[in-house]
Ligand binder design. Structure first.
Ligand code: SF4
Ligand code: SF4
Length: 233
């Protein structure tokens, strides 16, 4: 894959290879069974288009479109509750190298053809202000919905290793991906700083820690002692 300029240049075989290396379940428990009972729609929150709109790199879409009927381009009418304002906001939030998708739903999911956004949820690669990718942080707006966020100790070692390995590889190839996640990590520090909270993180060294959003000082903690949210308290 050397010599590629952008993640949108990945060939279908590259995508298949990356998927194969990032395929382990997040936990030995089926986390969808933990969160779905709390969703009035009865679906896991991350597989419910009314709560999360999946996104894929354009190169992923090229691969998915020609290999599965699981996905279609997001139209914005898949969820009855999506307002015009929601559509505008969701479209504005998407990076230029990605497109929004909708799938057939959890009853008809095809595990091999899950997008990166499904595989990594609820996590993203956390990058410090001095540009080091140090581990997995979570998408904070799902704190009240996602069971995994309240049970970080249940995330398997294998999943963590695959996540780190996948993003080490992608960041070695694509600087703009690294920059996007550095910016997202900065947003998380701003959000947690305003709330005077520390950021929980699954460190790449296998341990779990809390990070001060101001000083970025790291304190390693017992994962069982991390906060729980909403239904999962
Ligand atoms: S990752 Fe979170 S939201 Fe998705 S199925 Fe698991 S617990 Fe539910
Ligand atoms: S493809 Fe599967 S894992 Fe991804 S959002 Fe759809 S149902 Fe969920």
């Amino acid at each position: 894959m050397r010599g590629l300029k952008s993640i949108t240049d990945l060939a279908p075989a590259d995508i298949r290879g990356l998927y194969a290396g990032f395929d382990s379940p997040i936990s030995t428990l089926d986390c969808g069974k933990k969160c779905a009972p709390h969703n009035p729609g009865g679906k896991p929150f991350c597989c419910d288009i009314c709560h999360a709109v999946p996104a894929a790199y354009k190169s992923e879409w090229n691969y998915l479109e020609s290999n599965t009927d699981l996905w279609h381009k997001w139209r914005g009418n898949e969820c009855d509750e999506t307002t015009t304002q929601d559509r505008i906001r969701i479209k504005a939030d998407i990076p230029k190298n990605m497109i929004l998708l909708a799938c057939l739903g959890p009853d008809r999911c095809q595990r091999d053809f899950r997008a990166f956004s499904c595989r990594q949820f609820p996590f993203f690669p956390y990058v410090t202000s001095n540009y080091r990718f140090i581990g997995l942080a979570y998408e904070w707006e799902f704190e009240m919905k996602c069971w995994v966020i309240s049970n970080l100790h249940q995330v398997s070692r294998k999943y963590r290793e695959e996540f780190i390995g996948t993003y080490d590889h992608l960041f070695s190839l694509f600087q703009d991906e690294f920059e996007d996640y550095a910016y997202h990590s900065w947003r998380m520090r701003e959000h947690f700083g305003r709330q005077r909270r520390r950021i929980p993180l699954l460190h790449r060294n296998g341990r779990t820690c809390l990070i001060s959003p101001a000083s970025e000082r790291i304190r390693f903690v017992e994962p069982m002692r991390l906060p729980k949210f909403g239904f999962y308290k």
